[in-house]
Design a protein around this ligand. Structure first.
Ligand code: ZN
Length: 123
């Protein structure tokens, strides 16, 4: 039986066990070469912090696009580039048990979610 799946440290998606990792599964931290290169940069940590702060106030849900805009200091072009990093930040928070991702009020799988979503504090 394959071991339990892990979560990618960069994108927060589930890493399914593969045969090629048989010997070093314990060391696997990233789902892909791109994620290993990307890692978690300073801006990613800021995105997480802003996201967490927003969902910590009451019962509000946060839109990752708004978080990207805040971290980009209102610069729309820069925020566009942070849109995907903001979604990755949301998934990392889910992996740590600090948040959940919702679409139309329903909690969805962070590895499978497509399209716009909101992030809220884990309930
Ligand atoms: Zn990844």
């Amino acid at each position: 039986m394959p071991p339990e799946p892990k979560t990618c440290r960069s994108c927060g998606r589930r890493i399914e066990w593969r045969k090629k990792w048989e010997r070093d599964w314990e060391q696997v931290q990233y789902c892909s070469t791109a994620c290993r290169r990307r890692g978690v940069a300073e801006v990613d940590v800021r995105l997480e912090a802003v996201l967490l702060e927003r969902i910590s106030r009451g019962r509000t849900a946060a839109d990752p696009a708004d978080v990207a805009l805040a971290v980009a200091d209102g610069d729309a072009a820069a925020a566009g580039k942070l849109a995907e990093p903001a979604r990755r930040a949301a998934r990392r928070l889910v992996a740590r048990g600090e948040a959940e991702i919702v679409q139309r009020g329903k909690v969805v799988d962070p590895s499978m979610v497509k399209g716009a979503f909101e992030v809220r504090r884990r309930r």
